[in-house]
Write a protein that binds this ligand. Structure first.
Ligand SMILES: Nc1ncnc2c1ncn2[C@@H]1O[C@H](COP(=O)(O)OP(=O)(O)OP(=O)(O)O)[C@@H](O)[C@H]1O
Ligand SMILES: [Mg+2]
Length: 251
């Protein structure tokens, strides 16, 4: 079966000099739920930006390797083109349009679909996945709580009808209960809609409950990769690769 995402020997350089990613290979199977774990500065966000075509906006460049989306080479393609091909990136930091309502945010995302079939007119499925958004569909996104903004960021990606979702630090700064809820919804999206997901996550315990396979990054390279059961068995991974801050209380 063709993988949703297949990265082989990726190298990324910032500013023409600093190597951020070295010889990284990673696969997300079709309908898979895969995680990238690692300490601050390991290169997780850089990897996602390399995949989704955002590096040129940050003076970053892919200097080697290949990236395939459902079997098609995509390295060098820009984000809006990739969105049309079914890959959506939920960036670190919940980038929602704060001066637009929840519904308008979702509507804006359907523009990514231009050239890939009909625009959708109803967001019922998204509101069913995230009930707090349904209750606030006419509220400005800027007035939503952090958790609701994260739901909207994911909901907006779903409005673009992805086949592969990249999600960067979905739980960052959220109360453990909300973080758990968001992960459970991501699992449902994966299971019920068959959308492949690659997540980046600092909360290792939470991530390992949901992903089926994980890669641990260290200094821009894969230090360890295994099924989530095996990773969960290795108590040393959090201490050795992720530091003490990797296990927030109550998760
Ligand atoms: N725009 C940039 N220009 C130069 N260097 C950068 C840039 N963005 C990131 N870096 C460097 O690349 C390395 C990887 O950063 P990256 O943001 O990918 O890490 P991360 O694993 O996502 O970390 P965190 O967990 O803190 O989000 C770091 O050393 C960082 O300083
Ligand atoms: Mg990051």
């Amino acid at each position: 079966m063709t993988a949703a995402l297949e990265i082989s020997g990726l190298n990324v350089v910032y500013g023409g000099a600093i190597t951020a990613i070295r010889d990284l290979s990673l696969t997300v199977p079709e309908r898979g739920f895969v995680g990238m774990l690692g300490a601050n500065g390991a290169g997780k966000t850089t990897t996602l930006k390399a995949i989704s075509g955002l590096l040129p906006f940050e003076n970053g460049r892919i200097t080697g390797g290949t990236i395939k989306l459902f079997g098609e080479p995509i390295q060098g393609a820009l984000a809006h083109k990739l969105a049309r091909r079914g890959m959506l990136h939920v960036r670190e930091g919940r980038h929602v349009f704060i001066n637009m309502t929840v519904e308008e945010n979702l509507l804006a995302a359907t523009f990514a679909l231009t050239g890939r079939g009909a625009k959708r007119s109803s967001f019922d499925e998204i509101y069913a996945l995230f009930p707090p958004l349904a209750a606030r569909r006419q509220s400005y996104a800027g007035f939503l709580s952090g958790g609701e903004q994260q739901m909207l960021a994911i909901g907006r990606a779903l409005a673009g009808e992805p086949r592969l979702l990249l999600v960067d630090e979905a739980s960052l700064g959220l109360a453990p209960m909300i973080a758990r809820e968001i992960f459970e919804t991501l699992s449902r999206i994966n299971r019920e809609k068959g959308i492949a997901i690659l997540i980046v996550e600092q909360s290792v315990t939470l991530a390992l409950k949901h992903i089926s396979y994980g890669y641990v990054l260290e200094n821009g390279s894969i230090a360890l990769e295994a099924s989530s059961d095996k990773l969960a068995d290795r108590e040393m991974i959090s201490k050795r690769y992720l530091g003490e801050a990797a296990e927030p209380a109550g998760v």
